[in-house]
Design a protein around this ligand. Structure first.
Ligand code: FEO
Length: 650
């Protein structure tokens, strides 16, 4: 072989070079094996190329640090086994993430498969092998390029060869970032192979990942914002959320699909790990983030899911699609419990069109940065997918200004966004006829009261707007899919939206040392003896406000008691009175009571809230000095409960 020097013109290197462009070279992935002095070894390489047919020659480039390189230098023989798309990750880990200097990679081989050069080849997860003898080598500094004659070549299967790109997209698990070494606002470098995080202003050129042994080229810079959220510097600051979900190693994993119709699928996820919804409403039963997939000539996804569930979500979507891509992502609602995985969805299907209305994109881009492939739809506009046609209706403020619902005309399914949703993970039952509705109603009403209740009038208008459509199924963004009990759920939503209260009294108290709590019991006796069977007593320090608001929404009577605290009222009560005055539940009758120590303040502050919120007080407020141990105080409290009960009964 003659190596000639070419005299090229003198030019400067670009200052803006993006070396990731080299990943787009159409590399394959191979196991390179050799044998010297009775030692078998192999490693993963991606640079194998046929250079001549006569004689039949190939070249392979090998890192000088590899033990395989050392053995080939000594033996002058090697084999190339060509990996297929079915190769599981452990094969790459076995040959690529450990050194033959410390591990015998063939110690557990079930059977020896040796080629004519006595070198092992890999019979499984491969589609061919080449047995070679080195004829020349060229030193490229960090690597040696071996030129070799092909002594034998055999086809082993008809499976497609794996490319480097396919490996990156479908085989290599997304690393779970280990934040142990990262602190808020610090410059860090994350290993793209294993997720190890190195904190420091610069990553040394000779840095080697202590976990997976990959070099600097496999690290990318991140800036850690919180313990669990990071922004990749080179990706428009789009956030990566911590995920704990399934990320299958093999692309042939599969699960059963959940069908709404033959070609419309449920692909949502359950969240049982978040303690609170919107970080302030307790989730004892979890919550679901619903998403739907329509497969036709074009494929549409209706709303994605919360970003922490992206691996599980993409697995479910791809499980249905079997290699097809998604053409449209319909954004019914910008709120991040749905939209926060939009960047990951776009990364997965870069040509996807994001469909929203005139109000969708400004908030969406404020959250996630510029979106290139937008499609703006107007009220009543349609989008054909083939046999399916989507039609869009605006329902502003149910729950955000940009909220819309999507109606599929051939199946008469309305994808209703937050409307008709509910708290509670979907515990096996996805559809309304698969669960006990009485059990589900409380979680649904709590969701309504705290999410939609503030905009009850708009919810009512949305219901009226949908009333003109033929509806076979209601598919909301949280909770059950309604296909059987449509009248029941429409009735409940209409009742809650019209704020038609039921007979009952909610008594809420805040007490430092228990005396106002004893008063609450006396008030409750008065209400019960006046004939109210639904009397609910809550300690504001124990029960999270969303549960109380849910019952306030339901029942007509509301009696609130607070002891004094530094001239004002028991502090936890402030949130509840704020919520009542914010949500302004209608058709209520109120009463007030509380304990007085020092110069009081509890009842006085409640009275101020009542005045601001224009509460309908139906009895004189009761303020008790110290504890309710005097008969006259007992009578006043009892009569307060009785008076509110009588007003409830009308
Ligand atoms: Fe489920 Fe308003 O977000």
């Amino acid at each position: 072989m003659l190596v000639e020097t070419v005299h090229a013109p003198s030019l400067h290197y670009s200052n803006a070079m993006d070396t990731s462009a080299l990943y787009n070279i159409g590399y394959g992935l191979y196991v390179l094996t050799t044998r010297h002095d009775g030692i078998d070894n192999g490693c993963i390489v991606n640079t194998v190329m046929q250079v001549t047919s006569t004689p039949l020659q190939i070249v392979v480039s090998v890192n000088k640090g590899n033990y395989t390189h050392e053995l080939i230098k000594a033996s002058g023989v090697f084999n190339v086994s060509m990996l297929t798309t079915e190769t599981p990750m452990f094969v790459f880990e076995h040959f690529g993430f450990q050194s033959g200097r410390t591990t015998n990679k063939f110690a557990t081989c079930e059977a020896e498969h040796r080629a004519v050069n006595e070198v092992l080849y890999i019979p499984k997860y491969t589609n061919a092998y080449l047995a070679c003898r080195v004829s020349q080598s060229i030193d490229f500094g960090t690597h040696t390029m071996f030129v070799a004659e092909v002594l034998d070549a055999q086809v082993l299967s008809d499976k497609p060869s794996v490319t480097y790109d396919y490996y990156q997209r479908h085989i290599k698990p997304k690393p779970e970032i280990n934040y142990d070494n990262a602190k808020n606002g610090k410059r860090c470098w994350v290993c793209k192979v294993c997720g190890y995080v190195y904190e420091g202003d610069e990553l040394p050129d000779d840095f080697e990942c202590p976990l997976c042994k990959h070099g600097k080229e496999e690290f990318e810079e991140i800036i850690v914002e919180t313990q669990n959220v990071a922004s990749p510097k080179n990706d428009n600051n789009t956030k990566i959320h911590e995920t704990h979900c399934i990320a299958p190693l093999q692309n042939n994993c599969a699960m059963k699909q959940i069908n709404l119709t033959e070609n419309i699928f449920y692909v949502g996820v359950n969240d049982r790990r978040s303690e609170r919804f919107e970080n302030h409403m307790d989730l004892p039963n979890g919550v679901s983030y619903n998403s739907y997939l329509i497969v036709d000539e074009k494929v549409a996804l209706i709303d994605p899911v919360e970003a922490g569930f992206i691996e599980e979500y993409l697995f479910k979507v791809k499980n249905v699609l079997q290699g097809r891509k998604v053409d449209y992502l319909i954004i019914n609602h910008d709120e991040p419990d749905h939209s926060s995985s939009i960047a990951a969805v776009i990364r997965e299907w870069p040509e996807i069109q994001i469909v929203g209305n005139a109000k969708t994109f400004a908030p969406l881009e404020a959250f996630y940065g510029p979106i290139e492939n937008k499609k703006v739809v107007a009220e009543g506009e349609t989008l054909s997918l083939g046999k399916h046609t989507l039609q869009f209706f605006m329902v502003p403020m149910v729950h955000w200004p940009e909220s819309m619902v999507t109606y599929e005309q051939s199946s008469n399914i309305v994808f209703s966004n937050d409307a008709f949703g509910g708290f509670g993970a979907l515990d096996g039952g996805i559809f309304d006829d698969q669960v006990n509705l009485a059990f589900y109603e409380d979680d649904m009403r709590r969701y309504y009261a705290n999410i939609v209740g503030k905009v009850a009038m708009q919810a009512l208008k949305a219901i009226e707007k949908l009333g003109g459509l033929e509806i076979n199924m209601i598919a909301p963004s949280h909770g059950l899919v309604w296909r059987t009990n449509l009248a029941w759920v429409l009735g409940k939503y209409t009742q809650w939206s019209k704020q038609e209260s039921e007979e009952g009294v909610v008594i809420v108290y805040g007490s430092l040392h228990g005396n106002t709590g004893v008063m609450a019991d006396i008030v409750a006796r008065g209400a019960a003896e006046a004939g109210i069977k639904e009397v609910k007593v809550y300690d504001i320090a124990k029960t999270e406000v969303s549960f109380i608001m849910s019952d306030i929404w339901k029942y007509k009577g509301v009696i609130i008691g607070a002891c004094a605290h530094y001239g004002s009222m028991f502090p936890n009560m402030t949130l509840l009175t704020h919520e009542i005055n914010e949500f302004k539940p209608k058709d209520k009758v109120y009463g007030l009571f509380g304990g007085m120590s020092w110069s009081g303040g509890g009842v006085k502050t409640l009275a101020k809230c009542a005045e601001e919120g224009k509460w309908n007080l139906v009895a004189d407020s009761v303020e008790v000095k110290g504890a309710p141990i005097r008969v006259e105080d007992w009578d006043k409290l009892y009569n307060l409960g009785k008076a509110v009960a009588q007003a409830v009964k009308g």
